[in-house]
Write a protein that binds this ligand. Structure first.
Ligand SMILES: C[S@@+](CC[C@H](N)C(=O)[O-])C[C@H]1O[C@@H](n2cnc3c(N)ncnc32)[C@H](O)[C@@H]1O
Length: 345
């Protein structure tokens, strides 16, 4: 529902005295101009460079039949452009004040029938069906959001995203690159291709963030390797944990890892080597550790580090583990795809 515009008072950045000034399009209140307080904690940096907005819009290649998903529309600078080209825009915005400004601007242009606003945390809201994502997202949720998109249930054509530059580099990096190939890089690369469109200066936002940004386009791959994706994500979590600089030989000898895989592979969360017959459990654990080391060495992975392995090598190692009856995901429980708000990807 479209709410009436309300004066919002608070801190006004020195360079930004009103929503009218922010948009430069006379969308202020008329009698009184609104002043919005922008919260860093919510990543509220409004994008103000029309030339780059045009590039984002053009490179998104929106068809008139498309439903576009926008995460964090803010005051609507990008939304207004999307609405003109798309069949429908679904905008997910957490901040009620932003929703009010957005809806008012959309109403002024008579585009309200094309807009659906979901006033929620994008990480908690189920996504509706969509064809494309185009968004300047809050950087704090970049990682879980990208994973929620590329591992989510909705097939889509592409996601054009404005991201923190360092984060964008991780999506573009290859194993062994200085860009820091990590779990996120591996997980995204498995299922999507990522293209760098352009770098964007921090001066193109109000208020300016501390970091520069980049625009990337993420395109889900038409074909992905034949692997259980829950198992894959659990496997990469183990490989790229805080011990990711260890060799795989050293990593898979860690007592905590062996015990965790022992429990998962035996399909029992509760099982502990210290319950029941202790001696038998300890023997079982020791044998299991030998099995793990056997897999790592037989594949020639002992001296390799996860961040240097290609996707094919990682997939090969996972298949060797699984063939040996060693699993990384609790099958049937704690399905990893249900938890997109992890901070380790
Ligand atoms: C970087 S601003 C982008 C604003 C606008 N799209 C633009 O380009 O000017 C991010 C927006 O995301 C909203 N936001 C922050 N966290 C969010 C979340 N978890 N879910 C949905 N929206 C969120 C903020 O309130 C803010 O409006």
């Amino acid at each position: 529902m479209l709410g009436a515009s309300r004066r919002v008072v608070g801190f006004i950045p020195r360079r930004l005295r009103s929503v009218r000034q922010l948009h430069g399009d006379g969308d202020g209140d008329g009698d009184g101009e609104e002043a919005l307080r922008f919260y860093k904690s919510r990543g509220q940096h409004i994008f103000i460079n029309p030339r780059i907005l045009d590039t984002i819009f053009r490179r998104s290649a929106i068809n008139p039949t498309d439903t576009v998903l926008e995460i964090g529309p803010g005051t609507g600078n990008l939304t207004l452009k999307l609405l003109e080209a798309a069949h429908k825009v679904v905008a997910i915005e957490i901040d009620h004040r932003m929703v009010q400004v957005l809806e008012k601007r959309v109403l002024q242009r008579g585009l309200q029938d094309k807009l659906r606003v979901i006033e929620r945390d994008a990480m908690r809201a189920p996504f509706p069906r969509f064809d494309l994502v185009v968004a300047n997202i809050p950087y704090r949720i970049s990682s879980p959001l990208v994973i929620k998109l590329v591992y989510g249930a909705t097939p889509f054509r592409s996601a054009t995203l404005l991201l923190q530059k360092e984060f964008a580099r991780r999506l573009l990096t290859c194993p062994g690159d200085s860009g820091g190939f990590n779990r996120l890089s591996a997980n995204v690369k498995l299922v999507a291709d990522v293209e760098l469109v352009m770098d964007v200066s921090k001066r193109d936002f109000l208020p300016s963030p501390k970091v520069d940004s980049s625009v990337v386009i993420i395109r889900p791959k038409p074909q992905i390797p034949n692997v259980d994706l829950h198992e894959w994500r659990a496997f990469t979590r183990t490989c790229f944990s805080s011990n990711r600089n260890k060799t795989l030989g050293a990593l898979f000898k860690l007592k905590g890892k062996v015990f965790e895989l022992f429990k998962i592979s035996n399909g029992n969360d509760e099982c502990s080597p210290h319950k029941g017959d202790e001696a038998q459990d300890e023997r079982g654990l020791a044998l299991f550790k030998e099995k793990i080391i056997g897999v790592v060495t037989s594949g020639g992975f002992e001296d390799k580090r996860p961040a240097k392995l290609s996707l094919q090598e990682l997939l090969h190692l996972l298949s060797l583990f699984n063939q040996a009856g060693i699993y990384f995901n609790h099958r049937g429980r704690h399905k990893i795809e249900d938890t997109f708000d992890t901070d380790d990807e």
